[in-house]
Ligand binder design. Structure first.
Ligand SMILES: Cc1cc2nc3c(=O)[nH]c(=O)nc-3n(C[C@H](O)[C@H](O)[C@H](O)COP(=O)(O)O)c2cc1C
Length: 381
């Protein structure tokens, strides 16, 4: 049967993924921080953004392509960096990199991925983005940047909305530790998910492979309890942005910007773009919805803007573009797709999103993405 008949939307993939990955993995992937008010706010705020339908536009095929950071993309979205991606599905990073390359969309790898830049290098397409959790040690920083560049990553993303680790209470309740340790409780959860378990048995329990090389530095560092990713990482400041700008010749994006004045300052410092995000509600439960702050940031800066946080379909992508984003990324969605259907789920999700954008562009009478009508506020449903 056609996948579109069985799983017409992301909600269907999410539902199936939940039944195919162990509970502690699900809780890691799906949870926000606190009471998950920010996560809920992201959804509610997106739902309130409307556009007027357009009529009598005649017959046409909408053009979904866009230019961003000097490159041409067939679609206006890509894969956001997800730490421990390979915990959600075996070889997630490899599958995502290959699917993104086939579709011509960006793939972002996290510093704390379960595969190293060298592992995924051979699978990368033209648009490979490397996300940095900023190492404290300048030697390690330089080494990471060199490795990323040598592996084929052309765009650097500095994530700035994780100055400290967040308390993800749902994750804690599920029994997940970092790095994951298979306690009897977790093993009982794994036993209920045979496809996931078989894949992990073949590949071994995932860990942050890209950081293996820096083991000694982590052992010598301060905290005896935190995992490798946290041991190496510092809370960056404005000087850190400057160092990175001087060290990295490719495109440089700052991820986790929620304020217009920060965007302006980053523009002055030579960033190539900013990434508006509240980390999908995983960091701070009193943050506004990311989509709510987008218009002010758009008005304040001429920099290219990437947007994420709570995007669940093609219509959401159009909403963000209508409010001034230039490009849109999705994190959880791609992992729901993988959990639901394995690697073919990624292609299917890309197809769902493209069809959804196309259908909605038809309704608003937009021929291209630069032709979107102004967003209007909707009443709550
Ligand atoms: C399980 C999980 C892990 C994440 N890990 C990282 C990470 O390592 N680095 C980073 O910059 N952002 C990370 N993020 C945030 C995503 O890059 C992205 O901002 C967010 O997921 C977008 O919202 P969405 O999941 O609703 O699409 C993570 C998000 C999730 C859900």
């Amino acid at each position: 049967m056609d996948l579109h008949n069985q799983y017409p939307s992301l909600a269907d993939l999410r539902h199936r993924a939940r039944r195919r990955i162990p509970k502690f993995v699900w809780e890691y992937l799906d949870s926000g921080t606190g009471d998950e008010a920010t996560k809920a706010r992201n959804r509610a705020a997106l739902d309130r953004i409307g556009m007027m339908p357009g009529i009598l536009g005649g017959e046409y095929t909408p053009d979904l392509s866009t230019r961003f950071l000097g490159a041409q993309f067939p679609l206006p979205f890509g894969v956001a960096p997800i730490g421990m991606s390979g915990l959600m599905w075996p070889d997630a990073e490899g599958h995502l990199a290959r699917a993104a390359a086939r579709a011509g969309i960006p793939y972002s790898i996290s510093t704390v991925a379960t595969q190293s830049p060298e592992d995924v290098g051979p699978h990368l397409g033209e648009h490979a983005w490397f996300q940095l959790y900023p190492p404290r040690d300048p030697e390690i920083r330089r080494d990471m940047l060199e490795r990323a560049k040598a592996a084929g990553f052309t765009t650097l993303i500095l994530t700035v909305d994780v100055p400290v680790s967040s308390r993800r209470e749902r994750q804690v309740r599920s029994g997940l530790t970092n790095p994951p340790r298979l306690t009897p409780r977790l093993l009982a959860q794994v036993a209920l998910r045979p496809a996931w378990a078989a894949g992990m048995a073949r590949r071994g329990m995932p860990h942050m492979r890209g950081l293996d090389k820096y083991g000694d530095a982590a052992i010598n560092s301060r905290s005896p309890t935190a995992h490798m990713g946290y041991l190496l990482r510092t809370a960056p400041d404005w000087d850190y942005v400057k160092w990175l700008r001087d060290e990295w010749q490719g495109n440089f994006l700052i991820k986790g910007v929620m304020r217009a004045d920060d965007a302006v300052r980053l523009e002055e410092m030579g960033a190539d773009g900013i990434w508006v995000s509240n980390h999908a509600g995983r960091q701070f439960d009193a943050a506004p919805a990311a989509i709510e702050v987008l218009p002010d940031i758009r008005a304040a800066t001429g920099l290219p803007i990437v947007f994420d946080s709570g995007i669940e379909g093609g219509l959401d992508i159009l909403r963000a573009l209508a409010l001034g984003a230039d490009f849109v990324m999705l994190g959880r969605a791609f992992h729901f797709a993988l959990g639901a259907l394995g690697p073919r789920g990624i292609d299917h999700l890309i197809d769902i999103l493209a069809r959804d954008i196309t259908a909605n562009m038809g309704q608003i009478g937009a021929r291209s993405l630069s032709d979107l009508p102004e967003a209007i506020p909707l009443s709550p449903r």
